[in-house]
Design a protein around this ligand. Sequence first.
Ligand code: FEO
Ligand code: CA
Ligand code: CA
Ligand code: CA
Length: 674
Amino acid sequence: MSHDPSRQLPPGVSRAQAYEASQDAGINPSSNDTIASVIARRYGRRDVLKGLLAGTALAAAGTGLAAAGNSLPAAAETPSRFHFKEISHGVDRTHHVAEGYDVDVVIRWGDPVSADAPAFDPYNQSAEAQRKQFGYNNDYTAFMPLPLGSNNGNHGLLFVNHEYTNEELMFPGLGRQDTKEAAFAGMTADLVAIEMAAHGLSVVEIQKNPAGKWQVLRGKYNRRIDGIGSLCDVTGPVAGHPRLRTKADPGGRSVIGTLNNCAGGVTPWGTVLSGEENFHGYFWGKLDTESAEARNHKRYGVPDNWYAWGKYVDRFDIAKEPNEPNRFGWVVELDPYDPTATPKKRTALGRFKHEGATVTLAADNRVVVYTGDDERFEYVYRFVSAGRFDPANRAANMNLLDSGTLYVARYNADGSGEWLPLLHGQGPLTVANGFESQADVLIEARRAADLLGATKMDRPEEIEVNPKTGKVYAIMTNNSRRKADQLDAANTRAANEWGQIVEMVPTGNDHAASRFAWSLLLQAGDPNDPKVAGKYHAGTSANGWFACPDNAVFDSQGRFWVGTDQGEAWAKASGTADGIWAVETEGPQRGLSKMFYRNPVGAEICGPTFAPDDRTLFVAVQHPAADGGEKFTQSGKGSTFEDPATRWPDFNEKMPPRPSVIAITKRGGGVLGS
Ligand code: FEO
Ligand code: CA
Ligand code: CA
Ligand code: CA
């Protein structure tokens, strides 16, 4: 996400600076080796700075970085796996896609979800209406075929996360309020309630009509899970723990809402996982420094005062309800096929700022979930279930995520890596270090990982598994705060504004193995600027490179499609609006990248998902107009409801811009990129 907390900041602080600040919310205080010292010991500082990682340091991993180099063949010499004509970098008020493809809006903020939902009227919005309508800032999407268990690419359930809200774009009359006081003054109890209702999840039934266009049906499956009234169960080792108990929930097992749902994953038994990411931003108030939660909240950046919720709703004021933040930051599981199902916060997967939760199976059918903690210098995690997936018994799989082991990754300089278990009583995770039980380890997963010596990464976003090769791709989006003395083999650049993609190969191709080999698939940013040192296949064109990879997806053929989120920094990072690039991961063209789709100004790419037949690519276009649209507003300042950088997708003078899920299809039918 690239939340815009600028309205709550003092005058003169830019929106980009505001987000930069928010990304330091939970500063990692550990002195964990960043590998800098390891690699410096081994290869010497000069070699690190020269980019030795592309050669010696990574050679052990078997696949060196696809750096621009003379030894790699030109693109024309080997056939591409992606057949489309590349589009250009650029930025304007609408979207662009490769020639021969269509972009259609499937559902927008405010569109009816439930059968009794009122029509959208942004001038007379209410929480009651919003609870029945599609939420704001669509992020992760999952396509769940109907019927359950089928591979139907024409009919299914669209599951969508609604990550956060942009008040200045949602509500008329707020304008841009450049101080925290002014922003909170502009918010009322009613507007806060609408915001809370616009968070959470949506499930909508969708079907392709005879013309090949997706339509939303308003049948029995459609539902909203929101941040204001939807109860979620807490399950696993932390359920009922005293640190989760509040006045409203003395049992510590039932939480109102799920918040900041970013990316997610689909389980083999047909449920969806959703990661609660930047939960710290919802809290305000002052915690007693003597409080038992003071150290914990500081490590997660709680409170961060992004919203006025705490002014009207006591549980978001940590002075009144110090345990409420412990009830967020989990992975949530929902069965979209059961419209009465209660979402479950699966605490065995740990508490941190989960970007997503990507599911695969170990060799013995234990369930493996990869999940990144998206903040500067945070970690990459993996969960392995205790029980095994049973393809013949759906009911037996439904609570597999409640017991198992959480691990955190260490990336060694020689291209090897290891998974360090977060197990109470093992190593430093002891009572002496403030962990009374496994519940404490999971609630304070970051501190546990600090003590284990995990590798501090450049903001881990989505992690994807290639269904054809089993290789794992962990996406680091950027880290402008990394300093020259904090470089390591996996995080190679100081003031890294562009990100990199780390490829991980589990030992024996078993996702439960304790070790893996790793290398860099590519280093994002401009490959032609020596100061940036972007590294791709040499055949990558002037439009083929990108900055700040974030959400990505493999199609069923094992082809990689990568989306970007540059936030306010897009002009500096790349000069192009965010988009989707097709990236080769195997063979002589490994590291070759081609631009396929481009967003309207101010929007980031979220939730790319293929229908099972690879004939539709769903994409969540998040916060159109919001990020860095100043050149496109009449005022020359940031976007507001009245003066947005774009009114995509409606282009109606009465309508604000609306976050929307789009469907990209090949005109006349066919597999994308064929
Ligand atoms: Fe919500 Fe890390 O993006
Ligand atoms: Ca992001
Ligand atoms: Ca993201
Ligand atoms: Ca986002």
